[in-house]
Write a protein that binds this ligand. Structure first.
Ligand SMILES: [Ca+2]
Length: 268
């Protein structure tokens, strides 16, 4: 039986799209794409498991934190709830709880026809540290300086006492912006102290002018993870291995999020 003209046309289109796709991506799994709300999604691979016994990673991550303008396509009334410290259209959307961020990715999945979600901690950290390069900070060279990221204090490129418009600093080697600094980012995971046995650094709500690290122990399924530090916090909290966590209904002017799409099957 001969192929219909439609099938032939579709085949030609597919071959053309495949030939035009960059790098090792394919037409349906390009190395990068831009979705309908303007988010640039970059594909990230971990060909071998970062740690023994763990599955390989293959996913897309948005190159920037979700902005107010992007979030308000979903929730228009957030415009009246923008934090003064992050009030512009291209500033990161803050005052968004983990629960609301999950609602956003559910909405985005239906709109885009792809399974958007918050990144897992593994996905977040692998991307932030530039994969096997294992940078200590998610900056262009792995160091931390005011020319490279937005954290407490100012200097050089960092003229921001508050949040900066997303992408105001150079990206890390994977092309990802602001994974160290600007705003903390919700991850999908519950906080398990035993998963990554490290200290959780918490800012004192009672003494906000002091960056006192608090060590919390015994946290279990009631807290969701935040990663990456923020404009309100000093250098030690901008490291890619620092974990923060809070209850999923809580909002803060220094908490935002970015989105991920997991590729269902392995690329290699
Ligand atoms: Ca950030």
């Amino acid at each position: 039986m001969g192929r219909s003209s439609f099938e032939r046309a579709a085949g030609v289109w597919l071959a053309l799209a495949t030939a035009l796709s960059a790098g090792c991506g394919t037409a349906d799994k390009p190395e990068r794409f831009t979705n309908s709300v303007g988010m640039v999604m970059v594909r990230i691979h971990a060909p071998a498991a970062p740690r023994p016994g763990e599955p390989a990673l293959d996913y897309y991550l948005s190159t920037t934190e979700v902005t107010n303008e992007q979030y308000e396509r979903f929730k228009g009334k957030h415009r009246e709830q923008r934090a003064p410290s992050s009030a512009g259209d291209t500033h990161p959307a803050t005052m968004v709880s983990h629960n609301e961020a999950r609602d956003f990715v559910t909405w985005l999945s239906a709109r885009e026809g792809r399974p958007y979600q918050l990144p897992s901690e593994r996905e977040w950290q692998w991307a932030a540290q530039a994969g096997a390069r294992r940078l200590q900070h998610a900056t262009s060279d792995g160091s931390i300086a005011h020319d490279l990221a937005n954290y407490a204090g100012t200097g050089g490129r960092d003229r921001y006492e508050d949040a900066a418009p997303v992408g105001s600093f150079p990206p890390n080697p994977l092309g990802l912006f602001d994974m160290s600094g600007n705003v903390w980012e919700w991850c999908d995971d519950w906080y398990y102290e035993e998963a990554v046995p490290q200290r959780v650094w918490m800012r004192s709500e009672l003494l906000p002018s002091l960056d006192i690290p608090f060590f919390w122990y015994g946290l279990r399924r009631k807290w969701r993870v935040l990663r990456g530090g923020s404009f309100r916090h000093a250098e030690p909290l901008q490291r890619v291995d620092v974990r923060n966590a809070y209850t999923p209904g809580r909002q803060s002017p220094s908490w935002g999020f970015r989105v991920a799409v997991r590729v269902s099957d392995r690329a290699d």
